[in-house]
Design a protein around this ligand. Structure first.
Ligand code: MG
Length: 274
């Protein structure tokens, strides 16, 4: 019998697109814990943001940051008992992508040719105004290590050219909810695959993966998962996915949809748990 593992996007999926609240999805966290189902954040957010968030939501699990660029594990995690790792912010880190300084130096020659600006160039005040984040949250979200989000101010045609130029440099261009993300050739799917592999070894059991996401940057993760839950967005339609497994599209947006889908799944699998 395989064991469940949840990999979830945050903005617009577990967190409300406008308010960043996790209610009512958070009602299910104690049940997931009781059933020993890891619920893992897999997001474009940064490690400092995730550390604050996992403490607010009492999440004890590893987390994947900056669109699959790196995985942070609590020290002493049994998942990585046999691997040598770097440390950052009190966690062990697996880097699957590029560092931000690599990306910024490879990006330099293209600044004259395309019209955009990066988050490395803006202040926390400007970030707060762009996103609706508080000043503290904006500060955390600017503390990136593996990617550079940009605000695109050029045409869609130019974006295609930009994408192909950067691809030659080993940089991937991914459209997120608010920004275009520049990162190594990784996605949330790579970090999910890494986690599945590690949990399979740790549990000595097959893993049935469940991925939840709303955006284009969730596509690869959703396509990889055994169960893909597309969470409805108030600002765009469901991205088209070529999923290998089951696909569920939620009726409600954000954390309401998350709650509905995960509750249905758990009710079917563990009818006695409620
Ligand atoms: Mg999202």
């Amino acid at each position: 019998m395989s064991r469940l593992l949840l990999s979830t996007d945050l903005d617009g999926t577990l967190l409300d697109h406008y308010t960043y609240s996790a209610a009512p999805a958070d009602l299910l966290f104690p049940l997931l814990n009781r059933l020993n189902i890891p619920w893992i954040f897999n997001t474009s957010k940064t490690a400092p943001e995730l550390i604050a968030l996992r403490s607010r939501l009492a999440n004890p699990h590893p987390f994947s940051v900056e669109n699959g660029s790196a995985i942070y594990l609590p020290k002493g995690s049994q998942l990585t008992a046999d691997i040598e790792m770097q440390e950052h912010l009190g966690f062990n880190v697996i880097n699957l992508g590029l560092t931000r300084s690599d990306i910024l130096s490879r990006l330099e020659p293209y600044r004259a040719q395309f019209n955009f600006y990066g988050l490395s160039e803006i202040s926390a005040d400007e970030m707060a105004a762009l996103t609706g984040l508080s000043l503290d949250q904006a500060t955390l979200s600017l503390d990136r290590h593996f990617s550079e989000p940009i605000v695109w101010r050029d045409s869609e045609d130019q974006l295609l050219r930009f994408r192909s130029s950067l691809s030659d440099m080993g940089i991937q261009v991914v459209k997120g909810g608010r920004f275009v993300h520049l990162q190594g050739e990784v996605s949330k799917a790579q970090s999910l695959a890494w986690l599945i592999d590690r949990y399979q070894t740790l549990w000595n059991s097959s893993v049935e993966s469940v991925a939840l996401g709303d955006g284009e940057n969730d596509r690869a993760m959703l396509e990889l998962a055994d169960i893909a839950i597309q969470v409805r967005s108030p600002v765009h339609s469901f991205p088209t996915i070529n999923a290998s497994g089951e696909v569920i599209q939620t009726d409600y947006c954000g954390p309401e949809g998350w709650y509905q889908a995960v509750k249905t799944l758990l009710t079917n699998r563990f009818p006695d748990a409620f």
